[in-house]
Design a protein around this ligand. Structure first.
Ligand code: V47
Ligand code: SF4
Length: 377
């Protein structure tokens, strides 16, 4: 039996449940957030991570593309979006989107990740054409992971189709998976305060359930570190867990650390490394039915992403290449990493780097790497 060295006796009942593989309750989630025993929480999260993923830590070669930042919603936490005609607004043509995606093929990409604003003039057919043209231009091994549930809901609105029909048509055109964005915090209070036009919790979860029913796998996220409470974070995790019980198609959970610069919430502080690591570990403990917990290094930074591999995380995302959403909100991380840098980062922690595609099919296991002492060496 695994023994944890806990400094906080309040964690003992949670440790017993963790060892027995029992589901944690809302009260357990709140007790984890109330505890200052970060090392105790890390040990429990690491135990669960090892049970699900062994000593593997995943990464991928991918390319992010944001076709436009023109957006009808203008959420208060978003520094990326612009109104049509505003300085800094941009739109890519289909040719430019396809060319950007093709550039990543010689680099060995296995995923094109597309998220953008809700453009007031582009018709739904534009997005179907985008996916069809990408599918024709890319080798079958490159997975197209595109459009958050927020975008899917918007396409339904502009086309007068149901969200299920929108998903069906995008799937027929070649869409493989949905990214996990747009979930934010599933609390009506926070939605009304900072993203009132955006998809409600019920609709976000319904759209992911519909995608799962069509065989489209999806990710899920939580935007934390702004105006939400710990109770709202725990409730968010529980709603994701309940949805996964029903529809089963979430591949990975990614907590997204709020970046305040250039947003309407810019007076708020950035998240701390302590909160980032604790939130990743608590996510691993609460989400017993989602296999992968991902630290998006762009948002938490390379140092926290590397450390997170002993806080329950088994995935540090990918090479990314171009990132606008977080960088426009003040991120100081690089926009891209090489495959060697990602492998070096993981090897140093003693874990085995595993290159994967979006669906967690294994591309290569790096089990023959010499131990390194610094990033990329
Ligand atoms: O939906 C917007 C968030 C999301 C800010 O599925 C912000 O693998 C922090 O969903 N500070 C888009 N976050 C990114 C996203 C994503 C990223 C990486 C991997 C995956 C995946 C998905 O970014 C948005 C919103 O929730 N966001 N503004 C900000 N200032
Ligand atoms: Fe638009 Fe998404 Fe930014 Fe909200 S977060 S303003 S929906 S691009």
């Amino acid at each position: 039996m695994t023994a944890f060295r806990l400094a906080d006796p309040a964690l003992e009942p949670i440790a017993a449940k963790t060892i027995n593989g029992e589901r944690l309750s809302r009260a357990d989630g709140l007790a984890l957030y109330a505890s200052r025993d970060l090392v105790g929480i890390a040990q429990m999260a690491d135990h669960v991570r090892r049970r699900i993923n062994g000593d593997r830590v995943h990464f991928m070669v991918n390319r992010h593309i944001n076709p436009t930042n023109i957006c009808e919603n203008r959420c208060k936490f978003c520094a990326f979006s612009r109104s049509k005609g505003q300085e800094g607004a941009y739109e890519m043509t289909l040719d430019e989107i396809v060319a950007a995606a093709r550039e990543s093929v010689p680099e060995g990409a296995h995923e094109i990740h597309i998220v953008g604003g809700l453009h007031p003039e582009w018709p739904f057919e534009f997005y179907v054409d985008m996916v069809r043209r990408l599918r024709e231009a890319l080798p079958a091994k490159v997975i197209i992971q595109a459009f958050t549930a927020v975008e899917i809901e918007y396409y339904a609105k502009i086309s007068d189709l149901s969200t299920l029909e929108v998903l069906r048509q995008l799937k027929d055109a070649g869409l493989d998976a949905l990214p996990g964005g747009g979930a934010e915090i599933f609390s009506e209070r926070t939605r009304q305060a900072a993203w009132e036009k955006k998809t409600s919790a019920d609709d976000w979860l319904r759209i992911h359930g519909e995608a799962h029913s069509l065989g489209i796998k999806t990710n899920c996220t939580m935007l934390y570190g702004h105006i939400e409470t710990f109770e709202e974070r725990v409730d968010h995790l529980i709603r994701l867990r309940e949805q996964q019980d029903v529809s089963g198609g979430f591949l990975a959970f990614i907590p997204l650390a709020f970046h305040p610069a250039n947003t309407e919430l810019e007076d708020l502080p950035s998240t701390t490394g302590y909160d980032d690591l604790k939130t990743l570990a608590i996510s691993r403990l609460m989400l017993d039915n989602i296999d992968h917990i991902k630290a998006f290094w762009i948002m938490v930074g390379l140092k926290v992403a590397q450390l997170s591999t002993v806080f329950g995380v088994d995935d540090i995302d990918g090479t990314v290449v171009e990132e606008r959403i977080t960088h426009m909100a003040g991120a100081t991380t690089p926009e891209a990493l090489t495959k060697d840098e990602l492998v070096g980062l993981i090897v140093e922690t003693g874990h085995t780097p595993v290159e994967r595609d979006t669906l967690y099919n294994v591309i290569r296991v790096y089990d023959d790497m010499p131990a390194t002492g610094s990033l990329g060496s």
